[in-house]
Design a protein around this ligand. Sequence first.
Ligand SMILES: [Zn+2]
Length: 99
Amino acid sequence: MDDQVQIRCTRCKTVFRERARRMQNGYSRQCPSCEVVLFFEEDSPDQNMKRAMKTARKVRKDLREAEAAQLTTSPSSSRRGGTRGHGGRQETAEEEEEG
Ligand SMILES: [Zn+2]
């Protein structure tokens, strides 16, 4: 399942992708092209950003539901907490309750 959302830079209009889980209200990141800092706000004056936030919210919800479904369908899976996972970056982002 695709967990990334397309974002258009407000300055250079480059389209890049960010993981929906990171795109909480108040999050910020640099554009990979022009390096301007973009602020992810649900009440952003930028329509592209606003729509991206909305999409991210929906994707997070879908992801959560998919995970919940997986947990119930495969009870014998214990594949988290590994020390040699791929990627190498530990994600400790906190999820806010929604809905
Ligand atoms: Zn840019």
